[in-house]
Design a protein around this ligand. Structure first.
Ligand SMILES: Nc1nc2c(ncn2[C@@H]2O[C@H](COP(=O)(O)OP(=O)(O)OP(=O)(O)O)[C@@H](O)[C@H]2O)c(=O)[nH]1
Ligand SMILES: [Mg+2]
Length: 456
């Protein structure tokens, strides 16, 4: 599908920087480029695709920047359309003036994600790849970028397209028996189709098996540190961060508000939230802090439940533990350097919970805590090289497809008329199409691209 108008945007982030790129895409890209950019020595027969030229950007008849420009003729461009890029000086002014020149020459300001949306609409990439573009841009750890890159290079697309092709094949086989009922093909076709569908279902199971780790690596995880006052929560946050971010004192009730900071745990993005120590208090300010602490725990993917290693486990510790026991958690015995409380006493008080002993003061046990976080959140997967799926939308679609296929298998194996299995197989084909964008609602597509940044 070819868009009717030509769009332009600054593709690099605003602010001081060496280079900024203005992107132009659409049927008028070539004309706009030749209008606003003067190469040294002139265009001489017009822009040569994929050759960079040095020259000046012109606005209202005067040069506003020295830049490099390149023209791509569709479909050999990012969007699949005619496109151009002008690489000029970074900063607040030059890129804006180049964009202004492009708009004055007839381009329209691009909407967020519109370049990538055009690449999708022209069939250059599928929807899973378009989403991976955004994941690449927002990845904040190497592992998140690695998962995104796998998807960007079409690994998920190929798997899903292969499964869809195989489903169509199976459907065609079944339809033969419907068209030629006299041939009595039901039994052999049912068997063969069941084998095919079974293989596809297994393939989807494989995809789903790595999805949890993939999702965690893409989205990161929130960990709330929770415990009674003075057990060492803020000290733990500082130790994990390697800097004195939170105030630490020996007065119980020091932390009032929640405080969060981001760390990289072997490639997993972890947002650690320090909270106020939980206790009953007459002080309204402290009570607000306690409420926030409780909210932080319910919003977190993992609770780090701290008990003070220098004193016995109290009834208050036990009562507070009941609030976190039902959600993913790790019990931490703090102040290991001065510990009086044995590890055994802690594991007896909180049986079955993963337990780590550590000292924020010496750093002992912090590595073990990081490994425990990985274990609980991502099944210990440090390098998600095989995580093909990371996006909840994809995981949900593949899950539905898998469920439909499992039901179709029951039908195929039970000897009831074969055509009763076809709606389920079709539904699975349709659900998988949502991943690649072949069968997805226009609204969903619009929603996805609306979350992109301008210029991407
Ligand atoms: N020896 C030792 N002392 C520690 C350790 N961690 C914390 N402390 C001390 O324990 C006291 C309380 O530490 P904080 O980190 O403020 O405890 P908290 O749980 O944040 O306390 P509130 O904010 O009041 O709930 C301070 O005097 C710290 O120096 C540790 O690993 N070893
Ligand atoms: Mg504190």
């Amino acid at each position: 599908m070819i868009a009717a108008d030509t769009i332009a945007a600054v593709a690099t982030p605003p602010g001081e920087g060496g280079v900024a790129v203005v992107r132009i895409s659409g049927p008028d890209a070539r004309r706009i480029l030749t209008r606003i950019f003067e190469p040294i020595g002139g265009w001489r027969g017009g822009p040569c695709p994929r050759h960079m030229v040095y020259g000046r950007v012109m606005l209202d008849g005067r040069p506003v920047d020295d830049a490099l420009a390149v023209y791509f003729s569709g479909p050999r461009s990012y969007t699949g359309e005619d496109a151009a890029e002008i690489h000029g000086h970074g900063g607040w002014t030059a890129p804006r003036q180049t964009l202004e020149a492009a708009l004055a020459a007839g381009a329209r300001m691009a909407a967020p994600g519109e370049f990538t949306q055009r690449a999708f609409l022209s069939g250059k990439i599928d929807l899973s790849q378009a989403e991976a573009v955004m994941d690449m841009v927002s990845a904040s750890t190497d592992s998140a970028a690695r998962v995104a890159y796998g998807q960007l290079s079409g690994r998920l697309r190929r798997r899903v397209e292969a499964a869809r092709g195989a489903l169509l094949h199976a459907l065609a086989g079944i339809e033969v028996t419907i068209d030629y009922p006299e041939d009595d093909l039901d039994a052999p076709v049912a068997q063969e189709s069941a084998q095919r569908i079974d293989a596809i279902a297994r393939d989807l199971e494989e995809l789903l098996a790595t999805a949890q780790a993939g999702r965690i690596y893409r989205e990161g995880v929130r960990c709330a540190i929770i415990g009674r006052p003075n057990v060492g929560k803020s000290s733990l946050l500082n130790a994990l961060l390697g800097e004195d971010r939170a105030i630490v004192t020996d007065t119980p009730g020091t932390t009032r508000d929640t405080l969060e900071a981001e760390i990289d745990v072997h490639g997993l993005r972890v947002v650690v939230v320090d909270t106020a120590g939980i206790r009953a208090s007459a002080d309204p300010l402290e009570q607000m802090g306690v409420e926030r602490a409780r909210r932080a725990v319910s919003a977190a993917g993992l609770a780090l439940f701290l008990v003070d290693g220098t004193r016995p486990v109290s009834d208050e510790d036990r009562a507070l533990y009941r609030e976190v026991a039902a959600r993913p958690h790790i019990v931490l015995r703090s102040k290991l350097d001065a510990a009086e409380l044995s590890e055994r006493a802690v594991s007896e008080a909180f049986p079955g919970a993963p337990l780590v002993s550590l000292s924020a003061k010496t750093g002992e046990g912090l590595d073990e805590l990081e490994r425990a976080i990985l274990d609980v959140c991502a099944g210990g997967a440090v390098l998600p090289g095989e995580a093909l799926m990371s996006n909840v939308r994809h995981i949900d679609a593949v899950r539905r497809a898998h469920r439909e296929l499992k039901e179709a298998l029951v039908t195929l194996r039970s000897g009831i008329p074969l055509d009763l299995a076809t709606p389920g197989i079709r539904a699975a084909w349709h659900a998988l199409g949502e991943v690649t964008g072949g069968t997805v609602d226009e609204d969903v597509v619009r929603h996805i691209f609306a979350h992109f940044c301008v210029g991407k």
